[in-house]
Design a protein around this ligand. Structure first.
Ligand code: ADP
Ligand code: ZN
Length: 296
């Protein structure tokens, strides 16, 4: 079954047409105003269908916050984003109007969690947390093949953490909370605190320990609250591979031996980099699309 997938981000929309084996074709569309962005998305899918055939449905993994309560009048819309012009944007409605097929939407990180649990680093995982440390910090949760949604969706990127002394008196940059996790550990927060991304900082710079500790605190909190079998750490900041090992060590330190399931070498197997062949948010969007078609 051919479906369309969209990974909708604040800087780019990645669109793909494909099936369960992967994408036939993808395109990157720079995010601009709502109408211009969605016109370009629709144009891509129109042209791609000429080449590959009609798609049966669409899945969207989107930046948020999103209204995910099916009973809400604004179901599927972006809600309170500070991104200019995007509050209230209705991506599913634009696709339904253009193509008259089922459309499903979830958060980008929930979609990525679904994908990593099905075909990625946690293949077969019953419960998986997907973390992105990038422009923001986000956490998606997939449990038994479904994503976690409640009143809103998880926002664990804004958890409060214990400050690391190596951060000095840095205030943090979250416009809501200052020194929440995102305010301390996102890519822009690293640049604000130390003047450059981790890629530019020497190996003995204190930033490495500080970051590993914050990510370890997040992993420990996730283990204590949702008992995931796997935690997948993605996003631009995690491109720095040595951060992964530091995060595992600090997770173990923070748990301090408390969880019987988290002992010895399980940290290496259960806290990993992403494993999907394509970007996990896109793979998850295809899964959402197939589920939407199956549901009618
Ligand atoms: P987005 O969150 O917008 O999807 P990314 O996940 O790529 O995008 O995150 C972008 C952030 O990650 C930027 O703040 C950047 O400084 C940081 N970043 C991107 N690539 C790297 C890298 N290779 N090493 C360290 N930091 C990186
Ligand atoms: Zn915050």
């Amino acid at each position: 079954m051919l479906t369309g997938a969209i990974e909708a981000g604040g800087t780019k929309f990645v669109c793909g047409v494909g099936d369960a084996t992967g994408s036939r074709e993808t395109a990157r569309i720079d995010t601009r105003d709502v109408a211009g962005t969605l016109d370009a998305v629709v144009d891509f899918f129109r042209a791609a269908q000429e080449r590959h055939g009609a798609v049966a449905g669409f899945g969207i993994g989107s930046f948020g916050p999103l209204q995910l309560d099916p009973a809400a009048p604004d179901f599927g819309r972006i809600t309170t984003t500070p991104k200019p012009g995007w509050a209230g944007a209705d991506i599913p409605a634009r696709l339904r109007a253009a193509f008259a097929v089922p459309v499903a939407i979830d958060t980008d990180v929930n979609a990525a969690a679904l994908a990593e649990a099905a075909t990625g680093a946690g293949r077969g995982a019953r419960s998986l947390a997907y973390v992105t440390i990038g422009t923001g910090v986000g956490v998606g949760l997939a449990i038994d093949g479904r994503t976690v949604r409640g009143l809103g969706h998880p926002e664990a990127g804004h958890l409060l953490v214990r400050r690391h002394p190596g951060h000095g008196d840095f205030d943090g940059i979250c416009p809501y909370h200052g020194d929440c996790l995102e305010g301390l550990a996102s890519g822009p927060a690293i640049i604000a605190a130390w003047g450059g991304s981790l890629a530019t900082l020497p190996a003995d710079h204190p930033a490495w320990d500080v970051l590993a500790d914050y990510i370890g605190q997040l992993c420990a909190s996730l283990i204590l609250t949702v008992a995931p079998t796997h935690i997948v750490l993605g996003g631009g900041v995690m491109q720095q591979a040595r951060l992964l090992e530091g995060a595992r060590v600090r997770t173990a330190d923070r748990l301090a031996g408390y969880c019987a399931e988290w002992q010895g070498d399980v940290f290496d197997r259960r806290i990993t980099a992403p494993g999907c062949i394509e970007p996990p948010g896109l793979v998850g969007a295809y899964m959402l699309a197939r589920a939407a078609v199956a549901a009618g």
